[in-house]
Design a protein around this ligand. Structure first.
Ligand code: PLZ
Length: 480
């Protein structure tokens, strides 16, 4: 038992009292074998950001890695856990990005580490299509049970979000015998050829990479903040436009699927108005069209529910998942109605690495963590911690045009201000850069590059989240 260390699941300071007199919830301690010392859950700036070692590594990156592969903040990470990223210069950075919504359970979460270590010693690969193994089946069983909908379900596993989306489209086309797929303005579904066609934004995702896959059609998104006649009319008018567009320009009888992110991710954390998703899903059902929820960014407790479509009481025919599913290991899935998933001919879906046993072990550890530590509840607590502070900020800075999101998926949309809602990408970059310089890893998003988004690991302590928000506030002062 010598190598067993008691490791806090997150770094809340038990002495901290939150505004309003509430105290941060204490999280259970987990005992796992770890080789390294726990990471101090506090921000430490040992050098300027990036520090000298990161700079040297970045020189090597520039001469070794294709210039096409960008990096948002070139600090090179050595270790990470809780809500902290430790770089090669000894800086402790507060993580408000989770590697784009991936490390929902925290980096190197104890149960993920334990599962991976044990699996990697047993076997690393057989290819599920050649000689199968239990871990793959178990991940599918968990997905079938956790996703919305009481009926019989099936899942298939892949390596990346884009691959899951591609396969969901294959399934939908086979089941319906129809070619067309409807996607939305501001959508992001990946960077492969079919998913580039589904993704809305040209730069940097599509520029010069065409021709794109055919039979993809795009409709306006129900975007309350920018709806021309105001947010109150957004749901009705956007739904009417959607129905009319599909009917007049595509034809219901030619449409296999509608694919939508229940809260759009890369497109700027756009939350459709209440009722909109339900109406689209209902209309799809009436017309024999499959409703695909892309929950790759929103899934696995991120928004305060296991899946964001639950908030709207929507039961999709197919759900794509990835990111948070496996605590950082590459894994993705398509889960859906048994009759739909089983409509594809035997051998029609697969891939060498899809559902790799190590990634599956990580997923089982991540899912167990979410259940045992009530991470959906934690995401809702994070929303309650962030929202009053973001509102306070918006009262001071009229360049904050909109605050939106759900759970631990929250964003600010930045505009010209003084009543002018023109997107303000320059300010967004400046605020983001200031946060980076102070050791807070923030991300931007949005078709117009004017959204600052927050996706902290759900293992972050309240004290770190408050400190991160202090830095965001300072960044507005420094950049305005
Ligand atoms: N669907 C909703 O958010 C990935 C992309 C980052 P992959 N989002 C991060 C980038 O610039 O490449 C994403 C998503 C939604 C699909 C995907 C694609 O998932 O695992 O990146 O292929």
């Amino acid at each position: 038992m010598d190598n067993l260390v008691r490791l806090p699941e997150h770094g809340a300071d038990p002495g901290l009292t939150l505004p309003g007199g509430t105290r941060p919830k204490e999280y259970p301690m987990t005992t796992v074998p770890i080789a390294k010392t726990p990471i101090q859950q506090r921000r430490i700036l040992a050098t300027t950001i990036p520090g000298p070692r990161s700079k040297l590594l970045h020189e090597r990156k520039v001469s070794a890695v294709s210039a096409a592969v960008g990096t948002g903040l070139p600090v090179y990470i050595e270790r990470a856990g809780g809500g902290i990223l430790v770089d090669v210069d000894g800086n402790h950075l507060i993580d408000f990005g989770s590697g784009i919504a991936v490390t929902t359970v925290g980096n190197s979460a104890p149960r993920v580490v334990a599962g991976v270590q044990s699996q990697v010693e047993d076997f690393t690969h057989t290819c599920f299509m050649v000689t199968p193994y239990e871990e793959y089946v178990e991940v599918c069983e968990r997905l079938n049970a956790l996703t919305p909908g009481a009926g019989e379900k099936r899942s298939a596993l892949f390596n990346s979000g884009a691959e899951a989306v591609e396969n969901a489209i294959k399934v939908a086309r086979t089941f319906t015998g129809r070619p067309a797929v409807i996607a939305f303005d501001h959508a992001y579904h990946g960077r492969t050829n079919l998913t580039m066609a589904l993704t809305a934004k040209n730069m940097p995702y599509k520029q010069g990479f065409g021709p794109f896959a055919s039979e993809i059609y795009r409709v306006p998104m129900a975007y309350p903040y920018r709806w021309p006649t105001g947010p109150d009319r957004c749901a009705d008018e956007a739904f009417a436009q959607f129905v009319s567009f599909v009917h007049t320009q595509v034809g219901e009888q030619n449409t296999a699927a509608v694919i939508i992110e229940p809260i759009q991710g890369e497109g700027g954390f756009i939350v459709p108005p209440p009722g909109y998703l339900r109406r689209v899903a209902h209309w799809c059902a009436e017309n024999g069209i499959l409703f695909i929820a892309d929950e790759i960014q929103t899934g696995f407790c991120r928004t305060g529910d296991w899946f964001a479509c639950e908030h709207e009481d929507v039961v999709p025919d197919l759900i794509t998942t990835a990111k948070g599913i496996a605590g950082g290991l590459p894994l993705a899935a398509v889960t859906g109605r048994g009759d739909v998933m089983d409509s594809v001919h035997g051998g029609g879906l697969g891939g060498t690495y899809g559902g790799n046993p190590v990634a599956c072990a990580a997923a089982l550890g991540a899912i167990e963590t979410m259940q045992a530590d009530d991470l959906c509840g934690r995401a809702r607590e994070i929303e309650s911690l962030f929202m009053p502070r973001l509102r306070e900020l918006a009262e001071k800075f009229d360049v904050i045009g909109d605050i939106r999101g759900r759970g631990a998926m929250l964003a600010l949309e930045l505009v010209a201000g003084d009543g002018d809602s023109t997107p303000n990408a320059a300010l967004t970059s400046a605020v983001n850069a200031h946060c980076h310089s102070q050791g807070l890893v923030t991300l931007t998003a949005g078709t117009f590059g004017n959204v600052l988004r927050f996706l902290p690991p759900l293992s972050s302590g309240d004290d770190l989240l408050h400190e991160g928000l202090d830095i965001v506030a300072q960044a507005f002062v420094a950049s305005s």
